[in-house]
Design a protein around this ligand. Structure first.
Ligand code: PLP
Length: 375
């Protein structure tokens, strides 16, 4: 069986975990957490990076930091993972869904302004498959209306928009290190804070509402309860694992991109024959090869294709069930545009096996098998 995903280990993970174990450093914000923070601050170029348990937790922190309240509205695509919406629903806000673009499957920036009401507090662009949203337009709209941007960059580590790292463009950015992403720690994530005024509150909310981060830096002589908060930080074992990954992130990026490009060229003749549509990458994007997908024509039964691939030992998958059509999406959210491409593409998308170590022969087999099924 060719699996859909296989977590990649760089080889140093256990070595660094053993170091934490040997040093008796197990709680959060130890030496490995600091290494991960400074890697992100330097390479992504953000004021402050804070490891969290997950991207979900980072999104929840962003919602708290933006003081999202019942009655507020947050504009986002419906074609995304549930956490994008859940983080704001938890604070009582309404997710307002708009359609995606035909080409990138990212939020259609031209539908955002008409969805703004006096209740709108934020826009959440999701960089699907590590391909950037049209950030220039979104940032302009946000500025004009005085609303925040939270980049859901869960899939977008090391991707860029006009050479600027994703996660560094909005007021906040959120990353995921879940085992299915490019750079992993099992479960894990990070909140990227670009708004300088939000750095101290972010540190406090993450540390149970205390100023423990300042205490650790020697800025205060004791730490106390300052505000509301929770525990959003991972332990050092998670950070030790993640550090082994961040050290090798160039290799991870290149390997992913090699596999992505190989699929792209192997599938070019399929597109010419009209059997499928390949991903479109606008020239402003430097992507990270997170996902390789194809869009099947609407007369092809995608579930049957997945089943037939499985019979021939290829594990391909689909996602997402659009949030506006899910039970909780209907209950908590509303739509602010027609959902043409969300509905069309979510039914047509087929994601091909993508992981580091996938061989040229395996990719050829996936493509040949797909050809037999589609042609
Ligand atoms: C994976 C993912 C998340 C959630 O990440 P976790 O680290 O699992 O919480 C959120 N948004 C998007 C777009 C994702 O792909």
């Amino acid at each position: 069986m060719i699996p859909f995903n296989k977590p990649y280990m760089t080889g140093k993970e256990l070595h660094y975990i053993a170091q934490s174990h040997g040093n008796f450093k197990l709680a959060g914000d130890g030496p490995f957490t600091k290494l991960c923070h400074s890697w992100m601050e330097t390479n992504i170029g953000v004021g402050r990076a804070l490891l969290t348990h997950s991207c979900t937790a980072a999104l929840e922190m962003a919602a708290i930091l933006l003081d999202i309240k019942p009655g507020d509205e947050v504009i986002m695509p419906s074609y995304t993972f549930v956490s994008t919406a859940n983080a704001f629903v938890l604070r009582g806000a309404t997710p307002v869904f708009v359609d995606i673009r035909e080409d990138t499957l990212n939020i259609d920036e031209n539908l955002v302004e008409q969805a703004i009401t006096p209740h709108t507090k934020a826009i959440v662009p999701v960089h699907y498959a590590g391909v950037s949203c049209e950030m220039h337009t979104l940032l302009k709209i946000a500025k004009r209306h005085g609303i925040a941007i939270v980049e859901d960059a869960a899939q977008a580590i090391m991707s860029t928009y006009k050479k600027m790292p994703l996660g560094s463009l909005g007021d906040f950015g959120t990353l995921s290190f879940h085992e299915t992403k490019n750079v992993i720690s099992g479960e894990g994530g990070a909140l990227l804070v670009n708004d300088k005024n939000k750095i101290a509150p972010a540190e406090i909310i993450r540390e149970k509402g205390t100023d423990r981060s300042r205490f650790f830096r020697g800025e205060v002589d004791k730490y106390t309860w300052q505000s509301f908060g929770s525990s959003f930080l991972p332990g050092e074992l998670t950070a030790a694992f993640l550090w082994a990954q961040l050290e090798e992130c160039e290799l991870i990026l290149n390997e992913r991109l090699n596999s992505w490009r190989r699929y792209h060229s192997l599938l070019a003749p399929f597109e010419e024959k009209g059997l499928l549509r390949r991903p479109i990458i606008p020239e402003y994007c430097g992507h990270n090869g997170h996902i390789y997908y194809v869009l099947l024509p609407n007369n092809v039964n995608r579930d049957l294709v997945i089943e037939q691939l499985k019979k021939r030992k290829v594990n391909a998958v689909f996602h997402y069930v659009p949030l506006h059509s899910a039970p909780a999406g209907k209950k908590f959210g509303r739509i602010a545009s027609d959902m043409k491409w969300t509905d069309t593409h979510s039914q047509a998308i087929l994601r091909l096996p993508m992981w580091i170590g996938l061989t040229e022969q395996q990719q050829q087999y996936v493509v040949d098998t797909l050809y037999k099924i589609l042609y």
